[in-house]
Every structure is written in structure tokens, then in C-alpha cells.
Design a protein around this ligand. Structure first.
Ligand code: BES
Ligand code: ZN
Ligand code: ZN
Length: 482
């Protein structure tokens, strides 16, 4: 993982590349700008510019302003985007150190701006022969802001590291990132963050009769894994854990219900994005020592074809006796998540959230501007999740979760089948999962947002890490309320 250091300073540094964040309605008499520069900045502001670059002999200065008349969450999002465009300038100019001077007086604004710089600065260069040409050289960001203490910057830095971690895991090619190497990565991560970890191997998975995970794994030459991460600080406000469950399909070929076109397969290394997300969230809450009792469950395998692979028509009997007729081997995510949901019953969760690249249907329904959410939590709790999503701009479109949607999962010869009738595919998938729960439940389908083939501002091409900041901030808010 790249690591840019964030350091609080108390005085302006001279002769260093500088970003100035200011409210354009406030006085522009910013220390350090010449009269000519001030004249130019005023003129550009009148022309409605919000980001102005001044080039001096020895350094550059970027003046950044913002529109306060919008909703705070939107102003923050614009500042993240502005941060990302500043990060492109930082990269092109091979800048190593910058200072940011905050004259805006709103901690959430300076935070969003720095967040945008860091999210935009991410690169996945490990497979390049010569990365130096396009590599970011950024090492340190000095921030002069009286609204933030050094600790605040460390907290932000850990969350960004968590996003980077998800992006790295998603971007890693499928031959190197398997169920086994994924669990090895989690073991390193847990050690680094001080999380408890248990990685169950195939024998243990068999002993626990995780028959969905075993069925999907049958076509693979690599054994499945089931990872449990635990963060239980002494001062946790909750005695029942919040449980996060992430889909860990290392690669999804569709199995014998093979994906229809090659291009529907070329991003399927991202089918473990949910798994990477929940592990990253655990990392961030542990690094930041959040007083919240939380666990993550991660079933993992790839979904392949082969002589021993599971087939359409197969019936899987789960550890609780539920039988599932496999109508489509490409609806494999729900089959492995069901084992995790059954396992969670003994943990007596306060609430459980699944996050998964589960259905093309979620992507089709709302595109890439947000993720699909649904569940049976109390209305108040659902609003808290949605609010965390709005604040981080990892937005949730809440879908209905009516029981009638379950009707289309009826099978003639088993208790359930693994696909619904064709319509409302994201919801019927959610209803399938809910069948295996007996605790408050919420489901996030990130199929549309986990992986981008083209960059959209600070959501760069490849794994986006969307979901990490949402869940982290939901848990942070939750821990403050206890
Ligand atoms: N991993 C896919 C869903 C997906 C699609 C993720 C596009 C990211 C981008 C999932 O396993 C899948 O194949 N779902 C099927 C379900 C169907 C057979 C009911 C789908 O959405 O087509
Ligand atoms: Zn699939
Ligand atoms: Zn899948």
C-alpha cells in the first residue's frame, strides 16, 4: 500500500507547493499572495472558476474555493472531486510535498478535500515494468488547519488505507488472488491491525456442513476458505456484535450456467469486492480503536466449470435442513452467503449487514451512481445507514423488501430455488438471503459500483473501494451513540 503522510503544521511554510482552501465570499487578503496574484484570482472567481492554479518560479499555488449554497454532503463531494483534480496536478508535476492552508472554517470541508486528494492519488503499479514515469511522488501533505488535530488526520489516513486495501485486493489478478491467498492476506491484515482471526480450511468447512460454499467450490482446484475476523474492545458499547458478511467469490465464470459473453467475465475478479470491503472496514475500526464490537464473516471460493463442478438441477441441503434447487450456477453468491448467515445465528448479532457484488440486476436498475440496499431493520437504523452513505457519497437506493417477492423462489422439489422469476432480481436475491437469518438484517448489492472500467473522478478505474467509507462511518456513528 502506498502511504502518504498527513502532518498537522501550525505555521505557513515558505517555498513549497501550496493548496489554499478558502471561502470566496470571505476576505481574499490571503497572506502570501502578491497583488498581481490577488487580481488574477479575483478575476477568475468572477469567471466562476473554483480551482485556480498560480505558477511561481519555485513552486505552484492552487486556490480552491467551494459553493456553500448547496447541501453540505454535495459541497463535500465537490471538494473530493476538486481534491482528485489537484491530485492529478500533483502527479503530473512529480510533487513530493505539499502544504494545504485551510481558511474555510468547516472541518468537514477540509477533510473532504484531503480525502479527494488521497483517493485520487491511488495507483496500482505493481505489474508495470517501469512505473516511474506515471508514478505519483507524493510523500507528505502538511495541513495548516485549526479545526483539525493530528489525531483526526491519522483517523482519516487509516480509513483511506482501508479503501486502498480493498482496491488492491480487487485489482489483483484472479490467478494470484484465490480463496487461499485472500485468507492469507487477511491474516497479515489482522496481525497489523490487532484483530482476532480464524481461517477455516476445507475440513473445518465440511465439519460445519457449509454445503453452499462446498457446492460452489466443487469445480475449483483450490479449496474454499471461511474467515472470521473479530474486533471486541473492552469499552465496546454493544454486547451483541454487529456482523458484516462479504461475498468472496475470487472469480466468477458463472459455472455451467456460463456467463453469456466474454466481456461479462472480464471484470469478475471483482466478485470478492464485498469480502475485501468488510475486511478493510474491520482494519479501519481496529486501527482507529472504535469502541464497537464487530465481526466479519467471509466465505470464499471461485466459481468454475470442470468435471466435478456443481450443476443446474443439483439440490443443496444446508446445515439447518433448508434445501435449495440450483437453477443457475451463476447465482452462486447467495449460495455461499447463506452458509455465513446460518453460521451467524450462534453469534446472536445486534444486526447483520451483507455486502456483495450480487446481481447484474442491481447494476441495471440504478447504474453506477449508488448501490442498492434493502432489509428488515427498524426504520430508524435504516435511515442511519442511508445517512452515512449520503455523507460519504457512497449512496444507497433503498429497495422494497416485501415478503411477496419471496414467492418467486418457490421450487417444486426443494424448499427454495436459487433464482427468482426474472424481474426484481436484486430483491429476490436479498429475499433468498433473508431466509437464512433470524436477526435484524440489511443487504447491500454493490454489483454496479465495485469495479469501474473507466475512472469517474476519485473513483478510479479498477476496484473502487466503494462501501468501505460508508460502513466505517455507520459504525463510527453507531459507536458514538452508545
Ligand atoms: N457476480 C455476479 C453479479 C455481477 C454482475 C457482479 C455484474 C458485478 C457485475 C453474480 O454472481 C451473478 O452472476 N448474478 C446473476 C444472477 C442471475 C443468474 C439470477 C446475474 O446477475 O446475472
Ligand atoms: Zn455469478
Ligand atoms: Zn458472482
Amino acid at each position: 500500500m502506498q502511504n502518504v503522510r498527513l502532518e498537522k503544521i501550525n505555521e505557513i511554510k515558505q517555498h513549497i507547493n501550496t493548496l489554499i482552501l478558502l471561502d470566496k465570499e470571505a476576505s481574499l487578503e490571503v497572506k502570501g499572495l502578491t497583488d498581481e496574484e490577488l487580481y488574477y484570482v479575483r478575476k477568475e472567481f468572477d469567471n466562476k472558476s473554483t480551482q485556480i492554479i498560480l505558477n511561481r518560479y519555485t513552486e505552484w499555488v492552487i486556490i480552491q474555493t467551494f459553493d456553500k449554497s448547496r447541501k453540505t454532503s454535495q459541497t463535500k463531494e465537490q471538494l473530493r472531486k476538486d481534491g482528485a483534480s489537484a491530485s492529478r496536478y500533483i502527479r503530473q508535476t512529480k510533487t513530493e510535498d505539499v502544504q494545504i492552508i485551510d481558511y474555510c472554517g468547516n472541518p468537514s470541508f477540509i477533510k473532504a478535500f484531503v480525502e479527494g486528494i488521497l483517493l485520487g492519488n491511488y495507483q496500482f503499479n505493481k505489474y508495470l515494468k517501469d512505473p516511474s514515469e506515471k508514478e505519483s511522488k507524493l510523500k507528505t501533505i502538511y495541513v495548516l488547519s485549526f479545526d483539525m488535530i493530528q489525531k483526526d488526520w491519522e483517523v482519516l489516513s487509516n480509513v483511506i488505507q482501508a479503501v486502498y486495501y480493498t482496491r488492491d485486493l480487487v485489482n489483483e489478478p484472479p490467478t494470484t488472488l484465490t480463496a487461499v491467498t485472500l485468507s492469507e492476506e487477511f491474516t497479515k491484515l489482522a496481525k497489523d491491525a490487532g484483530l482476532q482471526i480464524e481461517v477455516m480450511d476445507k475440513a473445518r468447512i465440511e465439519a460445519l456442513r457449509m454445503n453452499g460454499l462446498l457446492a460452489v467450490n466443487r469445480g475449483s482446484i483450490i479449496p474454499p476458505t471461511f474467515t472470521v475476523l473479530t474486533w471486541k474492545p473492552e469499552k465496546a458499547g454493544n454486547s451483541k456484535p454487529i456482523v458484516l458478511v462479504g461475498k468472496g467469490i475470487a472469480y466468477d465464470t458463472g459455472g455451467y450456467s456460463l456467463k453469456p459473453t466474454p466481456d461479462s467475465m472480464d471484470s469478475m475478479k471483482s466478485d470478492m469486492a464485498g469480502a475485501a470491503t468488510v475486511a478493510s472496514v474491520m482494519y479501519a475500526i481496529a486501527k482507529n480503536n472504535l469502541p464497537v464490537y464487530c465481526m466479519a464473516l467471509i466465505p470464499s471460493t471461485d466459481n468454475h466449470i470442470g468435471a466435478s463442478a456443481y450443476m443446474p438441477g443439483d439440490i443443496i441441503t444446508y446445515s439447518d435442513g433448508t434445501s435449495v434447487e440450483v437453477m443457475n450456477t451463476d447465482a452462486e453468491g447467495r449460495l455461499i452467503l447463506a452458509d455465513a448467515l446460518l453460521y451467524a445465528k450462534q453469534l446472536n448479532p445486534e444486526l447483520l449487514i451483507t455486502i456483495a457484488t450480487l446481481t447484474g440486476s442491481a447494476h441495471k436498475a440504478i447504474g453506477t451512481q449508488g448501490m442498492v440496499g434493502m432489509g428488515n431493520l427498524p426504520e430508524e437504523t435504516i435511515q442511519k445507514i442511508i445517512q452515512a452513505g449520503d455523507e460519504e457519497y457512497e449512496r444507497i437506493a433503498l429497495f422494497p423488501f416485501w415478503d411477496e417477492y419471496k414467492d418467486s423462489l418457490k421450487s417444486e422439489i426443494a424448499d427454495l430455488k436459487n433464482i427468482g422469476g426474472g424481474n426484481a432480481g436484486a430483491i429476490t436475491a436479498g429475499k433468498f438471503l433473508e431466509h437464512f437469518t433470524d436477526y435484524p438484517y440489511f443487504h447491500l448489492d454493490i454489483a454496479g459500483v465495485a469495479f469501474f472500467s473507466r475512472a469517474d473522478n476519485y473513483r478510479l478505474a479498477g476496484g473502487t473501494g466503494i462501501g468501505v467509507r460508508l460502513l466505517y462511518h455507520f459504525l463510527e456513528n453507531f459507536s458514538k451513540l452508545r
